[in-house]
Design a protein around this ligand. Structure first.
Ligand SMILES: Nc1nc2c(c(=O)[nH]1)N[C@H]1C(S)=C(S)[C@@H](COP(=O)(O)O)O[C@H]1N2
Ligand SMILES: [Mo]
Length: 367
């Protein structure tokens, strides 16, 4: 008997890949990547949810934490955690993707690293909590309020501006993640979840919401998370995550066990809603076949796809291309590069190519 279970010791290699590029200067800041290549289905186990912390993980005693709603409201309100836990709650399955996900594929050379090290700033959970609209209605939104400032209680005091329309639509204050209380890394005791929008806006360790008449232009929406275009200008407020997919099996660093029948599998998602189609190519995009989408296909959630592939043992270029219910189609590498500066690292949705060599080795490739 164990009071809290752990994976089998034989699964020890399945873990997050930690990157702390700021070293001694800011030891709590950095990322850890979900090992997408080692997982299947669509739900990320809580211990493997990717992490992005701008100022480390605060240790918050829920008995001492409050959420303040103020600014352009009729009645400023403060809620402690116990009060929020008494509300009726909803459960929704949504992905969170960091705006910096897949930045490695914007570097000049294709990096020979596993799928998760490229695309693993992406995870999906069943989030349980309150629609933010419930609390905003209780506070009474003034007619002049058009935006919210959401602020976290971490050392970074990370904050973002959120349009009121999104806050009143499907935004959640999440208290639970896959049935248990949020992990500290995911924002314990409460975080925002903005379905389908860039991960940075889902403010963790949420402690303040201020209703405002316009965006606040915080650090993370001016100096960061903007798209550098080819003409040198930057595009601000790219909220919705683009339509995207990646083959996770086989993927970089794996070796095909030999010619014959293989089950290709991967993940597709879109911030605009449901994924409606995933096409797979084994010849670098010359010809495509429709993959099977695993039910249920949920809006703003990860969708698992499968396709049997008879590998003849010759070199191949595997790609996947997703389409969503709004008709958006995932972009090729060249189409993406034609729009953005080569220095842009955010919101990369370009098609991934895995090169399968005659010896069966699988490597990241640019095509
Ligand atoms: N308060 C606070 N909220 C935050 C962050 C942070 O550093 N501080 N990181 C943001 C970023 S950049 C992303 S991508 C997501 C990551 O959520 P996760 O760590 O639960 O995967 O949280 C966002 N919310
Ligand atoms: Mo992020």
């Amino acid at each position: 008997m164990r009071t809290y279970g752990q994976p089998s010791k034989f699964e020890e290699p399945v873990k997050r890949l930690v990157g702390q590029p700021f070293g001694k200067l800011a030891p709590g800041a950095g990322v850890s990547f979900t090992p997408l290549q080692s997982l299947t289905g669509t739900i990320t186990p809580n211990g493997l949810h990717f992490e992005r912390h701008h100022g480390g993980v605060p240790e918050i005693d829920p008995a001492r934490h409050k959420l303040l709603i103020h600014g352009l409201v009729k009645k400023p309100l403060a809620f402690d955690v116990a009060a929020l836990l008494r509300y009726p709650m909803v459960s929704r399955t949504y992905f969170i993707e960091c705006s910096g996900n897949s930045f490695r594929n914007t570097l000049p050379q294709a990096q020979d690293v596993p799928c998760g090290a490229i695309h693993g700033l992406l995870s999906c959970s069943e989030w349980t909590g309150l629609p933010l609209a419930v609390l905003l209605n209780e506070a009474g939104v003034d007619a002049g309020a058009k935006w919210l400032l959401a602020e976290g209680a971490d050392a970074a005091g990370m904050s973002r501006s959120i349009p009121l329309s999104k806050a009143l639509d499907d935004t959640l204050i999440a208290l639970y993640q896959n049935g248990e209380r949020l992990r500290p890394e995911q924002g314990y005791p409460m975080r925002l979840v903005l379905p389908g929008w860039e991960g940075n806006m889902s403010v963790k360790w949420l402690h303040r919401l201020k209703l405002t008449d316009g965006p606040t232009h915080t650090r993370d929406e001016t100096s960061r998370y903007t798209d550098l275009m080819r003409d040198g200008r930057a595009r601000q407020f790219t909220f919705e995550v683009g339509v995207k997919s990646v083959i996770t099996q086989p993927s970089g660093g794996m070796t095909m066990p030999g010619p014959g029948l293989h089950q290709l599998s991967g993940l597709a998602w879109s911030g605009a809603g449901r994924v409606t189609k995933v096409e797979v190519s084994a010849d670098g995009g010359a010809t495509w076949r429709d993959a099977t989408l695993q039910a249920p296909v949920l809006s703003k959630s990860l969708t698992r796809f499968h396709l049997p592939w008879n590998w003849n043992g010759a070199p191949a270029m595997l790609q996947s291309r997703a389409t969503d219910e709004k008709g958006n189609v995932q972009e090729s590498r060249s189409a993406w590069n034609a729009q953005y500066s080569s220095a842009n690292r955010y919101h990369n949705t370009m098609i991934q190519t895995w090169a399968v060599n005659a010896n069966g080795s699988v490597k990241n490739a640019y095509a």
